[in-house]
Design a protein. Structure first.
Length: 226
């Protein structure tokens, strides 16, 4: 049985409940700009933003440009709304259930921890700090800073090198079937899919619904992976 030495996590949709966080944010954004948005139905503003956001895969400048055009909003600019997003999203961040308990227990087990996330460095670090989890991690890699993006296997290799661990003894946990699961397995890691109903399936070594399920995998996972 191989000992699990390190666990790497994706951020959005894995540690950060991005769907809930985004709904919180866009609800609060409407309220902040209510004096200029009061003629626009709040529910429609929220729902259309979430649709255009496409789970974070569309840059927010494009999202806001499209939103303003569709809703015929002329009293605000996309730059104002984007600045508000960058500044205030962190205040709406919600972690998944038992996030701190799981990370704390993993540290007690002396397992090294890392985050490997695509995105803008300052923005993602703000969100990590807002969740209060930065101190749990031995390495944090954000694509903008390291100039590599998942699914490029080099970003996974960089994470493992930072922690001086090998792929067969490392787990990667993520919600995206390709960028997280398939890519980490291609790098030789044990790939775990944190199930997301948006995707139908993932060719993962293990599938979890909740972060707590990692402990059972740590106990038996490496053996089964062999």
């Amino acid at each position: 049985m191989r000992k699990i030495e390190a666990i790497f996590f994706d951020l959005d949709g894995t540690l950060l409940d991005r769907d809930a966080s985004l709904k919180n944010f866009i609800n609060d954004q409407y309220d902040r700009f209510k004096s200029k948005l009061h003629l626009i139905d709040k529910r429609h503003y929220i729902n259309r933003f979430i649709e255009l956001d496409a789970r974070g895969y569309v840059w927010k400048d494009k999202v806001y440009c499209q939103l303003l055009q569709e809703l015929n909003i002329t009293v605000l600019t996309w730059e104002e709304l984007l600045e508000d997003y960058i500044k205030n999203f962190k205040h709406s961040c919600i972690g998944f259930q038992n996030l701190h308990e799981v990370l704390g227990k993993l540290k007690q087990l002396e397992i090294k921890l890392g985050i490997i996330s695509n995105g803008k460095t300052h923005f993602q670090m703000d969100n990590i700090k807002a969740l209060g989890i930065e101190g749990y991690f031995d390495t944090i890699l954000v694509s903008e800073e390291v100039e590599l993006r998942k699914p490029d296997s080099r970003i996974f290799q960089m994470g493992m090198e930072n922690l001086a661990v090998s792929a067969p003894h490392s787990i990667f946990v993520g919600d995206h079937p390709e960028n997280d699961v398939a890519a980490s397995k291609m790098a030789g890691m044990i790939g775990i899919w944190k199930r997301d109903d948006y995707w139908h399936s993932a060719a993962a070594d293990f599938i979890i619904e909740e972060l707590e399920e990692l402990f059972a995998i740590i106990e038996i996972g490496a053996e089964e992976h062999d």
